[in-house]
Design a protein around this ligand. Sequence first.
Ligand code: R5P
Length: 295
Amino acid sequence: MKNILLLGSDASYLAQEIKGFNVKTVFTKKFPDGETYVRLPVDVQNSDIVYIQNFFPHQNDSIVEALLTIEGLKDYKANLKGLIAPYFPYARQDKKFLEGEVISFKAIIKLFSSLGVKRIGSINTHALKKPGVYTIEDVEFHNEDASPLLYSYFNDEEFLAVAPDKGAEHLVSNFKKKIILKKERGKYVDSKASTQRPVERIVGDVPEGVERAIIFDDMISTGGTIVKATKFLLSHGVKRVSCATIHGLFINDAVEKLKDAGIEEIVTTNSVKNEFARISITPIIHRLASTFFEL
Ligand code: R5P
């Protein structure tokens, strides 16, 4: 059987970067009523497939596209060896904060599992916190770590590594010069406009005389965390502050807010397409594809 790396429409930007695999792309368009049309390349027939779909910024549409693609692969007697989702969707809600809330992370994995997906690969998935291989809803979930890619970008530079909260502690654990800040959040607001607790305050001990600090985090969403951490560091004597994150979503005016806060440089991987994506995740795609194809 031949091996094919099949890209979904939101992952097609990775096509040029992936070398050493037979790469094909799913053709999609919209029906007039907004529903998704999917057509698979004929080459996938009787092949081993690793399917890569990215689930941002069109999470819901991308999930439907994935569902149709996976069904189509079955019809074509293709053998799906695994799904790679560089940014895994619905992974922020991993527990119930308010009565009646749904744990979306588990629900989405259940959906893929019900379609026959046995292995999923992703990168620094928010719900899982730590890298490793997990079994969730009968799916072998490989949570890869992109932080070494971030570190090599800043290789040879002198800086204080900063975790903006306890959850990011593992991202700075390799550094000698590091601090872990504490993020204090306000109460959950049970309203339509708010889906998270606002970051109210950042606290921590900043050493004296720091020329440069780099904040490491798993993601920038609204920018609230990095904005608060940047302001905190600058107001505690740090001269220059940059940030390095794995997933850069930059919701609404996040970029403006970050610039206004005085950030010097913003760097992310290209797990999600954005203007600050300086670091390629293809080494991770290669690793996962090789594992799933059992090469
Ligand atoms: C929080 O637990 C995460 O690690 C990030 O710090 C957070 O999700 C980033 O979101 P935002 O950019 O909206 O502050």
